[in-house]
Design a binder for this molecule. Structure first.
Ligand code: NAP
Length: 246
């Protein structure tokens, strides 16, 4: 159980982030449902959590902005007194072959997926070190583990998240703080809905389990890594991909 733990989940208005927020709340955590543009959907996530008897609050913040991420963490610490769990889930894609990829699309993906995670960890680190306790879980991707044609920006950001994870794990281990990454394969969300049927079929051909994953498959693993039981696990990358990357 995560009774009364204070959890921040970035990009929790929909998809995997929303499911993580719901799962942590169902286990007793108070969840900060962060979003950037989708206020209505974040409020909807909060209502779903409350309807199930959980506690949550929606807070807007563009995590790619260094100062805004600081404001988010300051707000949570001021209001709740601590941050026990940080899940860096906010992420975007701007796919294209590298030959055609614009500088703007490269920067946008790095700034949200990698710098956003850095910003949130950086601004929560002082509080977690003071607490001598904390759980940081970063959402990487199989694209960051194995690479993926058409995703130079996204793969680089998600591989960067793995390096960030291992370094933070080393820096903070002695203070009781763990930092791990999960690397989902293809999960049914709006991010993968845009793929054509042909691409989906080709992808499924490479998944030993012959199906896409569900958001709950990721959320359950994140909830475990956030728990007391996972206290001796740090610096790891857990692929949740139906066997694709083994
Ligand atoms: P999604 O449905 O597109 O949701 C993305 C979430 O991130 C939204 O809540 C969005 O909020 C938020 N977000 C985007 N930019 C943000 C920013 N600058 N600041 C704060 N929040 C921001 O994506 P998903 O499929 O659930 O993916 C969630 C995470 O899992 C991402 O990191 C993604 O890379 C990773 N992942 C997904 C898959 C997959 O198959 N779906 C596979 C591997 C990894 P707003 O709408 O408010 O902007």
């Amino acid at each position: 159980m995560l009774t009364d733990k204070i959890a921040v989940v970035t990009g929790a208005s929909r998809g995997i982030g929303r499911e993580i927020a719901k799962t942590l709340a169902a286990r007793g955590a108070v969840v900060i449902v962060n979003y950037n543009g989708s206020a209505a959907r974040a409020e909807e996530a909060v209502k779903e959590i409350e309807a199930a008897g959980g506690r949550a609050e929606a807070v807007q913040c563009n995590v790619s902005e260094f100062d805004k991420a600081a404001e988010l963490m300051d707000y949570v610490v001021k209001k709740y007194g601590r941050v026990d769990i940080l899940v860096n889930n906010a992420g975007i894609t701007r796919d294209n072959l590298i030959m055609k990829m614009s500088e703007e699309d490269f920067d946008a993906v790095i700034n949200t997926n990698l710098k956003g995670a850095f910003n949130c960890i950086k601004h929560v680190s002082r509080q977690m070190l003071k607490q001598r306790a904390g759980r940081i879980i970063n959402i990487s991707s199989v694209s960051g583990v194995a690479g993926n044609a058409g995703q130079a920006n996204y793969s680089a950001s998600k591989a960067g998240v793995i390096g960030l994870t291992k370094t933070v794990a080393r820096e903070m281990a002695s203070r009781g703080i763990t930092c791990n990454a999960v690397a989902p394969g293809f999960i049914v969300t709006e991010m993968t809905d845009v793929l054509s049927d042909g691409v989906k079929e080709a992808v499924i051909g490479n998944i030993p389990m012959k199906r896409f994953g569900q958001t709950a498959d990721v959320a359950n693993a994140v909830a475990f890594l956030a728990s007391e039981e996972a206290g001796y696990i740090t610096g790891q990358v857990l692929c949740i991909d139906g066997g694709m990357c083994m």
